[in-house]
Design a protein around this ligand. Structure first.
Ligand code: ZN
Length: 149
């Protein structure tokens, strides 16, 4: 199995069985993300304890890329503090937008999203959850909304 197949399998697996999917009890930060270009909709609920993401879950519906990306993201950021999340976001952003970015070992399974950059229209599908997370963390209490358009 080559790397591309491995990456594709990770995406398919996380689309079929999204991790951390469903409502979150005791969430204190929320945001909604919308990617009208593809029709992806995402609601992110975060329980922030001090500076650390204690728990995070998502709901919504979208294409395979957006669902898998949100699933992978929730796994990756759970337990991390804001600074680590910001670093991870920068790495993901580079992975999705720089054609020759090498897969960063720190990305772990998130590296599976690197195939998306061959399809520029899908980059927004993959990055929607990250922009939504930034909005959720930036909003002190209530609900934030982001759109890729
Ligand atoms: Zn999409």
């Amino acid at each position: 199995m080559d790397l591309k197949e491995l990456y594709r399998d990770v995406i398919l697996d996380h689309n079929r069985r999204p991790r951390n999917f469903g409502p979150l009890e005791g969430a204190n930060h929320r945001a909604e993300g919308n990617n009208p270009l593809c029709g992806d909709r995402l609601t992110l609920a975060v329980r922030l304890a001090g500076d650390r993401i204690e728990d995070i879950r998502f709901e919504g519906s979208g294409c395979a890329i957006s669902t898998a990306s949100a699933s992978l993201m929730t796994e990756a950021v759970k337990g991390k503090d804001r600074a680590s999340v910001r670093q991870l976001f920068e790495r993901i952003h580079a992975l999705l937008t720089q054609p020759d970015a090498a897969a960063d070992p720190a990305l772990g399974k998130l590296a599976a999203l690197s195939g998306v950059r061959e399809f520029p229209a899908r980059v927004k599908c993959a990055s929607l959850c990250w922009h939504t997370l930034n909005a959720a963390l930036a909003s002190p209490s209530g609900a934030a909304t982001v759109s890729t358009e």
